[in-house]
Design a protein around this ligand. Structure first.
Ligand SMILES: Cc1ncc(COP(=O)(O)O)c(C=O)c1O
Length: 451
């Protein structure tokens, strides 16, 4: 086993979130990263860690892409206007034009935000302003962010607990269940149906093939807005610019964030139709009825433009489609004979490995013991083993602890992908052999972990 570098400590523990630091220490994942480039993270003790998480789909262009870093330096050097709040930011116009052209389908105006959650909040407000209805429908198991409105669109009690009451009028339907959605839509109480096209944190759940197109039609019939949250799936992560493009749909709004600005500056974008823009910003008096200080800021816009240049110029969408399919094929070949591996699934470079409870008695006893301690225990130990022994960074899904994410930067090389497959195979083999994995994990518990 490799040695673990000195924990990253500082005033963080005193002044920010000591429990986070504690959790990372327990998992042996609190290392000091010195340099991050492409799909590789280098620690101060000389380790090289392969990033197969991408900061939850932030680093589509890889860490610190030189072209994006250069564009940001140039933007700072030109001493141009930043956050004047009293001008027309030209870079925002240019970025919005390119995003709308890439998205297509009647999306023709953009509101820029600083996070994915803010994009979701904005979509809720604009849906209400456009339809004069209060309700918002969403899909069970999805992840939309942790601000009050976005949290109200999430069913998982872990995220909601203690933060209620949620936004009134928000109701869930099962993801993929058209009949359940149609029943709710028929009441005409709902301004919008907001869903991810592929539910990432729910365990890389793909919709039934015809589902999203049928949802679009059902929404149209009931004058309900159809909103796609592409915060993880957008920006060529699954191959095309939007995951919605796989399904040929024309949503009324699309939410982007995460990878939009090359992993360097907080930024998000809500793409909408002219009809939604006109209903919300309905007169000159209402020109700033919804805005935010950091929206349209020069550095974020410059980063967005440079990020699109890289994604398009390096053909990272087609590469994600090809390399992602190949990675899933290799993972399936390597892992499908193990009884605890149910499926490898995904699209482009957004994949998940789903685990199930073992059938054999020996493994089952250990697995159930883990589950009793905490439902995330097994997955978190798997993540820990991959990190500490294989030097691979990944995570389990936030709303489905039995699915391991496989989401490298889109610049990942075939060799790096092969390394990941070998690391996953070795770790999964260890889990299926009676000893090591389970004993070491139980030692963690004895040290007092309560994930
Ligand atoms: C699909 C989706 N929507 C929205 C969000 C919220 O984005 P942010 O964390 O930038 O607020 C996330 C965050 O993980 C997400 O995965």
């Amino acid at each position: 086993m490799s040695t673990v570098s000195a924990p990253a400590t500082s005033s963080y523990s005193d002044y920010v979130n000591p429990r986070w630091e504690e959790l990372l220490n327990l998992l042996g994942m609190n290392v000091r990263y010195e340099r991050c480039l492409g799909a590789e993270l280098f620690t101060d003790d000389g380790r090289r860690i392969l990033d197969f998480l991408s900061g939850f789909c932030v680093h589509n262009t890889g860490h610190n892409h030189p072209a994006i870093v250069k564009a940001l330096k140039e933007e700072l050097d030109r001493s141009g206007p930043a956050m004047l709040q009293t001008d027309v930011p030209e870079l925002a116009g240019e970025l919005a034009r390119r995003l709308c052209e890439l998205a297509g389908g009647g999306l023709s105006k953009v509101y820029f935000s600083s996070s994915g959650s803010e994009g979701v909040e904005t979509a809720i407000k604009f849906s209400r302003a456009t339809t004069d209805r209060a309700g918002v429908l969403y899909a069970e198991g999805g992840f939309h962010g942790l601000t009050c409105g976005a949290l109200s669109l999430m069913t998982d009690p872990f995220w909601r607990g203690g933060f209620g009451p949620m936004l009134p009028g928000t109701e869930a339907v099962p993801f993929g269940d058209l009949a359940a959605l149609e029943e709710k839509l028929a009441t005409r109480r709902f301004a919008a149906f907001i869903t991810e096209p592929i539910q990432a944190e729910a365990g890389m759940r793909l919709p039934p093939p015809e589902y999203l197109a049928a949802v679009e039609l059902a929404c149209k019939r009931t004058s309900t807005l159809f909103v796609l949250d592409e915060v993880q799936t957008g920006m060529f992560r699954t191959g095309p610019f939007l995951a919605g493009h796989h399904y040929g749909v024309r949503p009324d709004m699309v939410i982007l964030a995460k990878a939009l600005s090359g992993g360097l500056i907080p930024s998000g974008a809500l793409l909408m139709t002219d009809a939604i823009y006109n209903a919300t910003y309905s007169s000159v008096q209402r020109a700033i009825v919804h805005t935010s200080t950091f929206s349209e800021n020069g550095l974020a816009m410059r980063a967005g433009l440079a990020t699109l240049d890289v994604l398009e110029g390096e053909g990272l969408g087609p590469r994600a489609a090809r390399a992602g399919a190949e990675l899933r094929r290799q993972l399936s070949d390597a892992l499908s004979s193990f009884e605890m591996v149910r499926e490898v699934r995904g699209m482009g470079q957004l994949s998940g490995i789903e685990f199930v409870a073992p059938r054999g008695l020996a493994l089952r006893v250990s697995f159930e013991a883990f589950r009793k301690i905490h439902p995330a225990m097994f997955g978190q130990c798997l993540v820990m083993k991959l990190f500490r022994d294989q030097e691979v960074l990944t995570q389990i899904c936030g709303n489905n602890f039995l699915v391991l994410k496989v989401a490298p930067p889109l610049v990942v090389s075939d060799e790096q992908a092969a390394e990941f497959v070998a690391a996953a195979m070795e770790t999964v083999a260890l889990i299926h052999s009676s000893g090591g994995f389970w004993t070491e994990a139980l030692q963690l518990v004895r040290r007092g972990i309560n994930i």
